[in-house]
Design a protein. Structure first.
Length: 511
């Protein structure tokens, strides 16, 4: 068979198998998103079993976040160079191995090491999954459906993690929050190996930009860790300030290096594009609001309302339903008919309205009367906005840059999550302390003092949620002003330029 005939056959196989491939890509994405929240519910049990101190407890979350956030750009470029399918399968096998180590952990060090390994392999897996979608689905209508499914999982998977984490912790053992990843990973890896046929010619043959890898990894680790330390040590501590200064210097140096080297890790053309830049910024800000909310609602339901872990997980179902509906029924159906900003902007504003309802939360608030409608609006808004945002972030990008463009989506979400958890938690803690200080003196009996403490806790949550409302309004404003792409068309252009192995059809956006 001639080279041309082989490539045509490969392209035909890739096209024929794309929907089967989507099922395995979606399964892998669900596993990664689940893992971001499932361990949170298991943490108290794991801490007790392994004798982890309160001071080191945060490292179970932080070790994963640092490895994942710090290595995402590197993982995205590895997918471009090494091949997305190969990177995807390797990431899945590594993630499963790290999960087995975490579940079998006999000491604090073993658990923390497993979490860091999970983060590292997740940084390979996540951009490879998104970039596979980007190069496999080029028809505008099919792309809308595929990204609708992917967006629903990316948005709602965290809440599913809370439900699954509650079940596993309450009825089995905390170790199963790790072991549950293994069947997900094995099925997804086997399916991907046999089904995924990556379109030919999408590789980037340029040498790896080692200075860029070091500067971006150290810069992102410093930034994520800075926000983690801000949450525990305060914003004015010398360690927090030092980490932020280091992050600024390292990331500024990274941008300078990328503008000079011949084959950059992150070509600046990927982020300086007006639409992609608008997506990364608005998505990162929206995730700040969402991550804080998951934290506050979990504590509100368990501590204030006395819900069990399982009941708490199920209490998040309206948000999942809203996300899936917004992503697959609104976003996917309208994406080929209206410009992305007319989905993203209204989506973020709808989510802001849901968040605004939650500012009215009190100790005795009704779940059905307040939390349920607020979550539905949040889910609908985020699902509607996330789907076109994820598609637009990788649309029109040259095939050789698909991995690193996908990694930037994950990076904006990861950094947004770190900022959201630290920033909103700090605001809530400060408001709670202030409220209790002002009201505790007038509480005579012990029950009254306990009531004041609960009221202070809820006051702290609502104070932080007001900030989240503002952040979502800013996200909407960015989407309306920066994102000016027209309705997606199905025209294709050829990838070109140094480092592109061949011409590859990629979708462009009709302006």
């Amino acid at each position: 068979m001639s080279e041309t005939a082989r490539r045509v056959a490969d392209a035909t196989d890739a096209h024929a198998n794309r929907w089967k491939a989507l099922a395995f890509i979606a399964l892998a994405q669900l596993m990664v998103v689940l893992d971001a929240t499932i361990v949170n519910i298991a943490l108290p049990s794991a801490q007790q079993d392994l004798g982890i101190s309160d001071g080191n407890r945060q490292w179970v979350i932080t070790a994963y976040a640092l490895a994942f956030g710090g290595l995402l750009l590197f993982g995205g470029r590895i997918a471009d160079i090494w091949g997305r399918k190969r990177t995807f399968v390797t990431g899945l096998i590594g993630f499963a191995t790290a999960s087995a180590l975490g579940g079998a952990a006999q000491s604090e060090g073993m658990l923390l090491g497993a979490r860091a390994l999970q983060g590292a392999f997740g940084a390979l897996l996540a951009p490879a999954a998104l970039s596979l979608l980007a190069v496999m689905f080029t028809d505008a209508k099919e792309r809308a459906k595929a990204f609708g499914i992917y967006g629903a999982i990316a948005g709602g998977g965290g809440a599913v993690g809370l439900i699954l984490g509650g079940f596993l912790t309450e009825y089995l053992d905390w170790r199963w929050t790790f072991f549950v990843n293994i069947p997900f990973a094995v099925v997804a890896a086997a399916g991907a190996y046999f089904v995924i046929r990556e379109p030919a010619g999408g590789r980037n043959r340029s040498p790896l930009d080692i200075p860029g890898v070091l500067l971006s990894t150290l810069g992102l680790v410093s930034l994520v860790y800075g926000f983690t330390r801000a949450e525990s040590d305060g914003w004015s501590s010398s360690m927090t300030i030092g980490l932020f200064v280091a992050a600024a210097v390292l990331l500024a140096s990274f941008v300078f290096v990328e503008s000079k080297v011949k084959a950059p890790l992150l070509p600046l053309r990927v982020v300086t594009d007006r639409n992609r830049g608008g997506v990364y910024l608005s998505l990162g800000l929206a995730v700040i609001a969402m991550f804080g909310l998951f934290l506050f609602l979990t504590y509100y339901l368990q501590v204030v309302k006395g819900f069990s872990p399982v009941k708490t997980g199920f209490a998040f179902l309206p948000m999942i339903v809203g996300m899936i509906t917004g992503s697959t029924q609104i976003g996917a159906r309208l994406m080929t008919r209206v410009p992305p900003r007319l989905l993203m902007g209204p989506g973020f504003l709808t989510a802001a309205l849901g968040m605004l309802i939650l500012t009215q939360m009190e100790i005795g608030s009704s779940y059905a009367g307040l939390l349920l409608p607020a979550q539905l609006l949040l889910g609908l808004g985020m699902g509607t906005a996330f789907m076109p945002a994820m598609s637009l972030a990788t649309q029109g990008v040259e095939a050789r840059d698909a991995g690193v463009a996908s990694a930037m989506v994950n990076t904006s979400q990861q950094v947004g999550g770190a900022i959201g958890t630290a920033l909103l938690n700090t605001i809530a803690a400060s408001a709670t302390t202030s409220y209790i200080k002002d009201h505790i003196a007038s509480a005579g009996s012990k029950p009254q003092q306990q009531l004041v403490q609960l009221e202070g806790m809820v006051h702290g949550y609502t104070s932080a949620i007001w900030f989240a409302v503002g952040i979502l309004v800013v996200s909407a404003a960015i989407a309306f002003t920066l994102v000016n792409a027209g309705r997606p068309g199905s025209t294709v252009v050829s990838g070109s330029g140094a480092g592109a192995e061949d011409e590859v059809p990629v979708p462009v956006i009709a302006h």
